[in-house]
Design a protein. Structure first.
Length: 396
């Protein structure tokens, strides 16, 4: 889930140049796995983490926190401030909005239900939500649950319409506490023709995961957030991870969330109504909890072998509002991201007004990274952010 359209044209142009350089480097070297010229792996230490965190805040991000696990070692660090007004340091145990990391949680739930034969990934949307997806060329009878999970449904991303409305602080204030129903969100999406016929392309769309939340509720007869709690956060002991429902409050401690429209124009987004994100991106967590989740993803403790294999079947990810590194692929609720040293890791980014989060785990499950930034990001920040993840994943 991404809100990245607020910087001025000049800032955006500079950002594109910076990120393009890093992206080309990552993409080019990732293809050279096993080559004799591949950089030697080094031990990633606390000073390396602090250096990489300072690179992120040097791009203009007010504050960032990180939780890194490499084998049996844990590194935790922060940089910058939690509040520009007070200058208080970032609390490494603070709460933050995890955005589209929520999608990976929901994907796990759907795959668990498939393993229990309570639904099939090849079921159509219309089987579970008859008559909901129709009009303007949209047809739920032609879209499968698998296509929703993988963003290959072709359904329009309603978030693009909401983003287009937020052109100023005043415009943001009109929406920040608005309560959206899922029907409201689907009406926005279905007013558009699909991007492509189901299964013929890839385009990131929060509409897909809004529908998946509705399907989970139809199958289980429970709210999607309760199902996530029962199947994931409860068993993993994630006591600080929850869906806010209609509450606009972010528990303390937390960093202030900032949405920047320019270098000098910003808005405090800490309190906001997350109904627009719903099952596509509403969860709140902290670094320790989110690390526990991504470690479980890497170790395969939440899914059986067959479901894990389904999750890791990927397609090229290159359409819609995403922050994926060039060469990334998308599975079922998860990105496969290339490494500069060869190979890949599994990850998801989450971007909501004022908070940017990355959760990642190495292919062998030995390394995890959780990053939370207290503002939305543009390309220079993304380059520094994914650079830190790449450094960890390419370490010993």
């Amino acid at each position: 889930m991404s809100i990245r359209t607020y910087l001025t044209a000049g800032l955006a142009a500079a950002a594109a140049t910076a990120f393009a350089t890093t992206s080309v480097t990552v993409a080019a070297t990732a293809g050279a796995a096993g080559a004799a010229t591949a950089p030697a792996r080094h031990v990633y230490r606390q000073q390396d983490l602090q250096r990489d965190l300072r690179k992120i805040t040097a791009t203009g991000v007010p504050g960032v926190l990180a939780d890194v696990h490499i084998g049996g070692r844990e590194l935790r660090g922060t940089s910058g401030v939690a509040s520009l007004n007070r200058g208080t340091p970032v609390n490494g145990n603070g709460f933050f909005r995890i955005g589209s990391n929520t999608k990976t949680f929901l994907s796990v739930v759907v795959l668990q239900l498939a393993a229990e034969h309570r639904l099939s990934l090849d079921d159509t949307v219309s089987k579970w939500l008859p008559g909901v997806v129709h009009g303007n060329g949209n047809d739920g009878a032609r879209i499968t649950i698998r296509e929703l999970l993988q963003h290959t449904s072709g359904l329009h991303n309603y978030t693009e319409d909401l983003q287009a409305q937020i052109t100023s602080v005043k415009a943001y204030r009109k929406l920040e506490f608005h309560q959206f129903s899922r029907i409201d969100l689907l009406k926005i999406a279905l007013a558009h023709k699909p991007y492509f016929a189901p299964g013929t392309g890839w385009h990131y769309s929060n509409t897909n995961y809004t529908l998946l939340g509705m399907i989970v509720e139809k199958v289980t007869h429970r709210p999607w957030a309760n199902v996530v709690a029962r199947r994931i956060t409860g068993p993993l002991g994630m006591r600080h991870t929850f869906a806010p429902g209609t509450s606009t409050r972010l528990p303390g401690p937390h960093a202030t969330g900032y949405l920047f429209f320019s270098r000098t124009t910003k808005v405090d987004t800490t309190a906001e109504n997350m109904s627009w994100a719903n099952s596509a991106g509403a969860l709140i967590s902290n670094a320790a909890d989110l690390t526990r989740f991504w470690r479980a993803i890497g170790r395969g403790t939440l899914l059986g072998p067959a479901q894990r294999q389904e999750m890791q079947q990927t397609v090229p990810a290159g359409g819609g509002d995403t922050a994926s590194v060039p060469g990334s692929r998308y599975g079922l609720g998860i990105f496969r991201t290339p490494l500069s040293c060869g190979g890949f890791y599994w990850s998801h980014e989450g971007d909501v007004p004022g908070y940017n989060t990355v959760g990642a785990v190495s292919a062998d499950g030995r390394r995890t990274v959780v990053l939370s930034l207290d503002s939305n990001v543009e390309d220079p920040q993304l380059a520094a952010e994914y650079g830190l993840v790449d450094h960890v994943m390419c370490s010993k």
